[in-house]
Design a protein around this ligand. Sequence first.
Ligand SMILES: CC/C=C\CC/C=C/CC(=O)SCCNC(=O)CCNC(=O)[C@H](O)C(C)(C)COP(=O)(O)OP(=O)(O)OC[C@H]1O[C@@H](n2cnc3c(N)ncnc32)[C@H](O)[C@@H]1OP(=O)(O)O
Length: 280
Amino acid sequence: MALRAVRSLAILSNPLRTYSTSGPLVNVSINEKTGIATATLQRPPVNSLNLELLTELCTTLEQLEKNKSRGLILTSSSNTVFSAGLDIYEMYKPNMDRYKQFWTTLQQTWINLYGSSYPTVAVVNGHAPAGGCLLALSCEYRIMLNNFTIGLNETKLGMIAPTWFAASMRNAIGTRQTELALITGNLFTTDEALKIGLVDEVVQSKNEALEKAGKFFDKFKRIPPHARTMTKTSLRGADIQALVKSRNEEMNKLTAFINDPKLQEAIGMYLESLKQKQNK
Ligand SMILES: CC/C=C\CC/C=C/CC(=O)SCCNC(=O)CCNC(=O)[C@H](O)C(C)(C)COP(=O)(O)OP(=O)(O)OC[C@H]1O[C@@H](n2cnc3c(N)ncnc32)[C@H](O)[C@@H]1OP(=O)(O)O
């Protein structure tokens, strides 16, 4: 895995080629004509975000920033799941060193994506619960395929969405809708999500979504990049600074929280219910 990551970084850092790297968990390709990168999550069956997937995604985002990327499309190789959110096994009876690394990497991935200087579009081509919704919300524009669900459903699992998850949602749909969505742990259908502005467009196919994403990037052709980036920072910067300031404190709180036997029991039951679903 280390070798493949190095290879993929080497290809990403050559700005003159059309790149396509098949990392084990994130496939990155860059369109030679437009300079737009597509990062495709490819961790079957449901793109649950474990340490390895987050590490690859985080590194990809860092490289795109370094190479002054023209833009990023974030999508999934699955036809039914964008991302099932955090890998629940990372939170179930965890090894604490790995757990801390996992959470630190999640924080950094969010900082890199939410705060990217380049434009970002999520092509949400499947379900996007919890951390999957967070990834989509961290992008600037969301295009979703029909007949799926999206939302921050943490309360339904007996967990609390961290403040920066909430900030990302608030940035898209405002305080009132965010409060309602979070306390109920609602998973919105595609149409409901469109209605409250959680997604920006609904389409019938991934090709249509990619076409619409191209149109979004076209909007920036005549906008000076520094003006675009500074405006984005003025709107999102405070959310990022709040996490940067509190990330150690958050880690300490989560370390205590994750070791609570009642929470562990609830997570175990939830995992069981996901398995039972398959047997039905
Ligand atoms: C201590 C930390 C404190 C606070 C942090 C709070 C923040 C939490 C953020 C999160 O992201 S928590 C994760 C929340 N995610 C979910 O609740 C999603 C659960 N999954 C589903 O609802 C469904 O799997 C799906 C709608 C995404 C896809 O449905 P379907 O295509 O029918 O697949 P299956 O349900 O049959 O699942 C296939 C396979 O994958 C396993 N799996 C599903 N989700 C996860 C996951 N998030 N982590 C790990 N594994 C997952 C599922 O158990 C099945 O496994 P088998 O071994 O039975 O094949």
